[in-house]
Design a protein around this ligand. Structure first.
Ligand code: NAI
Length: 518
């Protein structure tokens, strides 16, 4: 065992790397970042490519912090599923359905159920669990609480959501029945009018600044009660309509704070939650499509050194689209029309059945192929992407089993057409809840990493807009001027390359040069 040997976690990876040094709980690693500097020749238009080498250093605290997650919308389908599954996993629960016996797992979570290719050991390809690369939390470690405008306890919420089998709900009942979401804030203009009968668990009064104070108190008490180092507030409540973004309202942190103070109509509940969270030093993630992360909120996050991330969980139909269109375009086939039809019968579907909330979702679903279109100017010489149509219908009977039907029509060789039709039964909350864990776990890890681009003279945290969460989000919010990536496997590769670099391990180049000799 060399002195550079770093034990990532018991029985996991022993990293014997000249690029790492362990100093107590801190891992120092260095990484050579190779990239091309690019410029167009003004006269010929030729692309000049100059490979460059940059020295990056990372400094990582290897001890995960005690972390709590506060869900806005705890009593909803995602909220009750996310918490119920954590409890089921903690207790190793098994339950029967007509298909047989099932055991709690974390399938669908990249951090818990994906593997990373490290190389060839002489006899086989070696893949390791994602969570062996760097020490990260398990969802079972997360302390969970939250708010809901509906006062049902979490047992009732599970029954209402119709996500888990009754045999599992019965086992979870004693653990969930005593949990009642904290009262929340309800400004009827922001979510669909058909939600009004749910609003029976509200913070009294109509003063937005009083609401802000109360939410801040809730966060502070939660942090103290559970002795937490890190708190993440995550919006998994109803989709709101977009808020206006304009000077005097929310372009700067001061404007937004003043707008709350004067009870400005256009400040949404999610704006109040984001501000409360940031002021309490808690990171804020938006799992819904609305434009919560207005410039004033990003500026406030910068001032307070906390992360914000969003928008809209990428869980079912859009996740597949972000893999499939990348594959088609990378194959040299040209998607010309993408028609995405959904029907769902859960409360999310009910809320989205009104125009302004549907519009928020339509916007976030529509942007997902933009980077793939921009990547291929042979197929898309004028940058105009395929016709892209999104339809969402509310059909109560199908409940949480969202049906997503997609038709992709591509122009292919010599004037031909290829049409792909897909039917996807999404089990919405079972796909979305693992993303809640991943968003929280990777945010917590990001708190522990600092990087240096000046040879180790100065270190800084990641940008306050945490774009590495993009893989889990339909319409990633990124730092101003940063390109947005949606293609799923590229996002996965970027994430694993970053974490292997931080761990001081070579990332998989996919070249397999060692097999070239005869
Ligand atoms: P849901 O309607 O079952 O749950 C939302 C919960 O939020 C409800 O219990 C509601 O009472 C509560 N709520 C509404 N306004 C609130 C407020 N101001 N404060 C506190 N609680 C409030 O919806 P579901 O299925 O859990 O989805 C949640 C969000 O996640 C939706 O915006 C949805 O669009 C988004 N989403 C869900 C995906 C999925 O696959 N399930 C995928 C992508 C996004």
């Amino acid at each position: 065992k060399s002195k550079n040997c770093v034990e990532a976690k018991p029985q996991a990876l022993l990293v014997d790397s000249p690029f790492t040094r362990r100093d107590g709980d801190t891992l120092h690693s260095s990484y050579t970042y190779r990239r091309n500097a690019l410029a167009r020749d003004a006269t010929t238009g030729a692309l000049k490519v100059t490979p460059q080498v940059h020295d990056f250093r990372f400094r990582t605290n290897l001890k995960p912090s005690r972390t709590g997650v506060m869900l806005v919308g705890l009593g909803g389908n995602n909220g009750s599923t996310a918490l119920g599954a954590i409890i089921a996993n903690r207790h190793g629960m098994s339950w029967r359905s007509r298909d047989g016996t099932h055991t709690a797992n974390y399938f669908g979570s990249v951090t818990q159920a994906a593997t990373v290719h490290l190389g060839w050991d002489g006899s086989e390809q070696v893949y390791v669990p994602f969570n062996d690369i760097l020490p990260i939390l398990s969802p079972s470690d997360l302390v969970v609480d939250g708010w809901d405008i509906n006062g049902a306890n979490l047992y009732e919420a599970m029954l209402r959501s119709k996500v888990f089998e009754p045999t599992l709900i019965d086992q979870l009942r004693p653990h969930m029945e005593g949990i009642v979401p904290k009262p929340s804030i309800y400004y009827p203009d922001f979510i669909a009018s058909n939600q009004s009968d749910r609003a029976n668990n509200l913070i009294p009064g109509s003063s937005k600044s009083a609401h802000l104070t109360r939410i801040r108190d809730d966060i502070r008490e939660f942090k103290q009660k559970h002795e937490l180092d890190t708190v993440i507030v995550l919006w998994t409540a109803n989709t709101e309509r977009f808020t206006e973004v304009r000077a005097g309202l929310n372009m700067t942190a001061d404007e937004l704070l003043a707008a709350i103070e004067r009870n400005e109509e256009e400040v949404s509940p999610s704006n109040v939650f984001a501000v409360a969270s940031i002021l309490e030093g808690a990171h804020y993630i938006n799992g819904s499509p609305q434009n919560t992360l207005v410039p004033g909120i990003v500026q406030l996050a910068k001032k307070k050194n906390v992360f914000v991330g969003g928008d809209d969980f990428k869980s079912g139909q859009t996740k597949i689209k972000s893999a499939l269109v990348d594959f088609l375009v990378s194959s040299g086939l040209k998607p010309e029309s993408i028609v995405s039809y959904n029907h769902l019968g859960n409360n999310d579907g009910k809320n989205l059945s009104e125009q302004r909330q549907f519009r928020s979702k339509e916007i976030s679903k529509a942007s997902v192929v933009d980077d793939m279109v921009a990547a291929n100017h042979i197929l898309y010489p004028d940058g105009k992407g395929p016709d892209h149509c999104i339809v969402i219908k509310y059909v109560p009977f199908v409940g949480d089993s969202k049906r997503a039907m997609d038709e992709y029509t591509c122009s292919i060789f010599m004037g031909g057409k290829q049409t792909i039709s897909m039917h996807n039964t999404c089990e919405d909350s079972l796909l979305a809840s693992p993303l809640i864990y991943d968003l929280a776990i990777l945010t917590e890890l990001s708190v522990r990493i600092q990087y240096s681009s000046d040879g180790g003279m100065t270190y800084q945290p990641f940008h306050e807009v945490l774009s590495l969460l993009s893989i889990f989000l339909k319409a990633p919010v990124v730092p101003e001027g940063t390109p947005v990536g949606n293609a799923f496997m590229r996002q996965f590769s970027a994430l694993t390359k970053l974490f292997t670099a931080v761990a001081g391990i070579s990332s998989d180049s996919d070249l397999q040069l060692e097999f070239f000799s005869k």
